[in-house]
Design a protein. Sequence first.
Lengths: 103, 534
Amino acid sequence: MVTLALPHALRPGETAFVAVTVGPITRGQEVEVTTADGLAIGTITPFGPRRGQGAGTHTLPVPAEAFHDGTLALRLRINRFDGPPRPPTAAEVSAVTLSVTGP
Amino acid sequence: MSFNRREFMVSTAAVAGASMLPFAPAQAGLVAKAKYTRYSATSDQGKAMLKSYAVAIEKMLKLPPDHPHNWFRNAFVHFMDCPHGNWWFYVWHRGYVGFFEETVRRYSDNPNFAFPYWDWTETPRIPNEMFDGPLTPVDKAFLPFTKDLDTFTAYAKPAMLSYWNALNKAQRKQLDLRGYTTFDLLWNDVTGYDPSTGTINKGNQAFAATDRSRYLSRDNPNLDPKTAKACSPATVMAGLSPNKFYSPDVAGSFTSSKTASHNVMPGNDTKFSVLEGQPHNLVHNFIGGVGPWDPGPYGNMTNFLSPVDPVFFLHHANMDRLWDVWTRKQQRMGLPILPTDKTERAELVREPFLFFVRADGTYVIDGKAGDYLSTNRFEYDYAPGFGAEETMQLAAAKTTPKTPVKGTVKGGVGSVTLTAAPTGPVVATVTVPRPAGATAGRTFDVLVNAPAGVTQVEADSPYYAGTVGFFGPAMHGMAHDATFAVPLPQQLHATAALNATSKQAPATLEIRLAPTYDKSAPAPAVKGVTVQSL
């Protein structure tokens, strides 16, 4: 679970984003991002051949209703073909940041 | 920080004056009348175009493998040169799809041919016509070439090796950057062979056998819920919201990372913009069967021979359409459509693109990114799809922000004098040094025109403008400043004077900080302030 705080309440026209930095996940793995109460934020699946390199930082918009009291509680998990979903390791998801952009 | 009006006008003049850039009409919002129109694939016009497209595919499949217009040869242009995860993603694919559109126009015998776009936001399923005949790679027309890997290798590899041996130094340099220093290394990504382990990684195999070349089918055409969410109105509108072509802050950047070359493959440092990382990637992967066909082999769309699947060009026409939608939004809002910094813009436009093929069969061996910044290059426009009207409504509601008024700082207090009443919401920017030490405060209240004795305020105070805060722990030895934008609320004591401001009666706002929680802690000194009317 990751908890992030908004720098300020969202104003009209503003959008919040989470940037998720993904390490060298393999084919058949994806990073699913939801809020703690299950609201889907997005799924990350790298495109192209995987050669053991990191998958980069992926940006997902966050709807205003995902925040409670200015904070965002996120649950990240690795979905995979060869086992049940599990939390990512620190190497698989090395950073999650929150930012706000204006109109 | 957004560009102000003056900066934009300067940048427009600089760009329009650069004769090497062929997009001055579009830059000025005067788009030349297009000769061709790309329609939605679900429209009657789009469906008619798909019939022409099928005619061309049949012919291009039958061309010998060493012909520059052979269907698979064209897919290898993408395989060898496509950029992903960097700021050339849109511009390269515009050139690739544009030249190929001219080639399909030739072979389709339809002089008005233009690729239809698949608007997956409006239609989160593959258009039904894309399961007809050669519009799907599982069709029998592909079978003589893609029945299995041995068949494809015998058919395509000798021709590709001949092509490789004829490449010039500049082209080989581009391929070196991609990791293809030898032909064998290139071909390994066709087969999935991993020389470090001596095994085949089925997930990396770009080749797809006919019967597994596309996961979605006529009976199962829908994007799954996750991919559909990536294509949803909310996600696409968020992807269209950035006001800069490129920004290091990826949330505010229309494009992905700035890299040294378009052939730098995505890695640890790659930052994906919303539109590339979400709808682009997820649509590619799901059509190729990522998920249901794990761990591979996948269909064509999952790896870099994705243009073997004809739906590739409908998908990328839609990505290109969204770039066009974003460009028009920027123009309507008076914002730049390219980097405004001259050096940065030069880095963008001078990037060599050396592998495209013209409709007459000749190679474009001296191309550069700057050739493909405008749709005028290929004389097309788009029939409206999702985002066109929605962004125009946003732009119409947006007034041009006034230039920020920069203040002075003395004794840790910022001071800004205004000589005109605001015409809209007022926002102050406050530059704050992050206090050193692991236990130092992280949040501070912004006070406006508060009397000297006021050291703490509640949220309903007439001197309280807002709270600014640092996220995450302070890193040892990494002191830094941060600038926060703080909208000034109407209930401020200073608002009345602000609204009565004129040249004859200027108003001064004094801005300082106070700790939000630890009242005994020292307040950090303000290092800079501006005030701007939006």
